[in-house]
Design a binder for this molecule. Structure first.
Ligand SMILES: [Zn+2]
Ligand SMILES: [Zn+2]
Ligand SMILES: [Zn+2]
Ligand SMILES: [Zn+2]
Ligand SMILES: [Zn+2]
Length: 543
């Protein structure tokens, strides 16, 4: 060591260098301190590693959790090491398949090995008196399922769950509980809870829209909601029937072969515009049924042209094609020709075709009724079937008897309401007929049978014919139901009704018949044509 020059300014020890104020110890300490800075991880003053920016201890981290690892060659921290050791000791349980420590006595994991709590002993059910397992309120499970208070209990639970229960909730619960079986009503309340609980708006109209299922039917829950909301004036009815009609038109258009489709689509669009215009103007719009029938005829023609005549453009169609198409179904000639004329007139106006191929064609069929009618024996057989056979469905008997004896159309029978039945005079108000129709004893008996069947549904649907699908609402039975209700008797409703009308018109004055049936005079005159089914002529035999 050199000669003492002066004392260290920090500790007072001798300083040997001329140009230093600190002793060697303090000098070294200061030099080391300058290389250190606070570690990001532990916060101590340490020399930081270049690559991690932490001190050497904190630079070693666990591969799994990122915590510091103390040991030089360790890959996992202490916690992760212990966890790995424990996991390695586990084995998949043969009972539940999850990893666990298998217990000696059972060979299963811990939770599987634990003894189950013993089931409570069965009790005598309050309702059915049988010794069964208890489900709730002192009832066995089947009796509890049927308990009429369940929808209300579920409604109470729902009200407690919701932050802002709607004010109509109680009314809705009472509404569905009255009209549906217990389990279905409970299902509806649950469905409603799901809709009310989501993030969307809860106005009745919005709920109704959200409740609809995609597809042909909007679902029983949506129907129940619609029924309830429209009855209470809370929402407008859904546009389900319009949607279904749009779907039917879509399917018909889709079936048209590709090159021919564009014109048919344009035709349909123009017809739809016309319908909308007529609806707004209050004139008589074409019914959906009319529009769909026209599309079906055009679809059939397009398929015929593509398959049989090898034509792939409307401009190629000539009179022979149309004639050949009409001959495939001679009985529908007039109906089809009317639609084809309309279509080709439209196509000419749009410059899709230059010549109207239907122009030279005549709808030359004689006007008049050409359908089949029942023979007297067949009429007698039907009369016996509907008045004496108890196994016949009351709806079949009612539709049949009203058509056979009173010339009622299926629409008139379908829309018949309880209020239209007059008990004192034993008469019915049918459709648009100006006067009530007096019932004969046989028809009256059939009507009573039908009313008894209606009472069995315990419904407040105002119609006489109530089906399983309409008992909960107020709508009439569907047209599809009516078109098949007479299937078991083997004759279509129109044929039975035509028999009666033909008979009446040919025996009485057609004008009288028109007045009595609320028909136009022209529509009864159709039945006065000279071509009459021989069996329908009044013969020498009497029924
Ligand atoms: Zn010093
Ligand atoms: Zn550190
Ligand atoms: Zn770790
Ligand atoms: Zn297990
Ligand atoms: Zn029971």
């Amino acid at each position: 060591m050199g000669k003492r020059q002066r004392d260290c300014v920090t500790c007072g020890a001798p300083v040997g260098f001329l140009d230093r104020e600190h002793c060697c110890r303090c000098w070294r300490r200061m030099k080391e301190d300058a290389a250190r800075s606070p570690c990001r991880s532990c916060g101590l003053q340490r020399v930081l590693q270049q690559d991690t920016g932490r001190c050497v201890l904190c630079s070693r981290i666990c591969e799994q959790c990122g915590h510091p690892v103390r040991a030089k060659d360790g890959r996992l921290c202490r916690d992760c090491r212990n966890k790995a050791r424990r996991l390695a000791a586990q084995q998949p349980c043969p009972r539940c398949g999850r990893p666990g420590y298998l217990r000696e006595p059972t060979g299963w994991c811990g939770s599987c090995s634990r003894p189950r709590p013993a089931k409570k002993p069965p009790r005598i059910c309050r309702e059915c008196g049988q010794l069964r397992r208890h489900a709730g309120l002192g009832l066995c499970s089947p009796c509890w399922q049927k308990h009429p208070g369940r929808p209300f209990i579920r409604g109470d639970h729902l009200r407690e769950q919701l932050a802002e229960p709607p004010w109509w909730l109680d009314d809705f619960v009472a509404h569905v509980a009255k009209r549906h079986c217990v389990s279905r009503a409970c299902g509806f309340v649950t469905d409603l809870g799901r809709l009310l609980g989501d993030e969307h708006p809860n106005s009745p109209q919005a709920l109704l829209e959200r409740s609809r299922r995609p597809g042909r039917s909007m679902g029983s829950f949506a129907r129940a909601l619609e029924d309830f909301f429209t009855r209470h004036g809370l929402a407008l009815p859904t546009d389900q029937s319009d949607r279904l009609a749009a779907g039917r038109r879509r399917r018909r258009l889709d079936a048209v072969p590709d090159p021919l489709r564009l014109a048919v689509t344009a035709f349909d669009a123009s017809r739809m515009r016309a319908q909308e215009r007529a609806r707004r103007a209050g004139t008589r719009p074409r019914s959906n049924h009319t529009l769909e029938t026209a599309l079906s005829i055009l679809r059939d023609l397009a398929l015929f042209l593509a398959a049989e005549r090898g034509k792939d453009g409307w401009e190629l169609v000539d009179v022979q094609d149309i004639e050949a198409f009409l001959n495939t179904l001679p009985r529908a000639r007039k109906r089809r020709l009317t639609v084809l004329r309309q279509f080709f007139r439209f196509a000419r106006a749009q410059h899709l075709v230059l010549v109207d191929p239907t122009r030279g064609l005549a709808g030359d069929e004689a006007r008049g009724f050409r359908g089949a009618t029942l023979t007297l024996d067949q009429q007698r057989g039907l009369f016996r079937r509907w008045t004496t056979d108890e196994s016949v469905h009351p709806h079949e008997a009612l539709v049949g008897m009203l058509a056979l004896l009173h010339g009622a159309s299926s629409t008139e029978t379908r829309l018949l309401q309880i209020d239209d039945v007059d008990e004192t005079t034993q008469s019915l108000r049918l459709g648009k007929r100006p006067r009530p129709v007096p019932m004969d004893p046989a028809s009256w008996a059939v009507l009573q049978r039908c009313l008894a069947h209606r009472d069995g549904w315990r419904t407040d649907n105002p119609h006489v014919m109530v089906t399983k699908g309409t008992k909960a609402g107020r709508s009439p039975a569907s047209t599809a139901y009516l078109s098949h209700v007479l299937d078991p008797c083997g004759f279509p409703p129109r044929m039975i009704r035509s028999t009666r009308l033909l008979d009446l018109v040919n025996v009485m004055d057609p004008k009288l018949v028109a007045a009595a049936f609320g028909m136009t005079a022209e529509s009864t005159l159709i039945y006065l044509a000279d071509r009459v089914d021989p069996g329908a002529l009044p013969g020498p035999e009497t029924p």
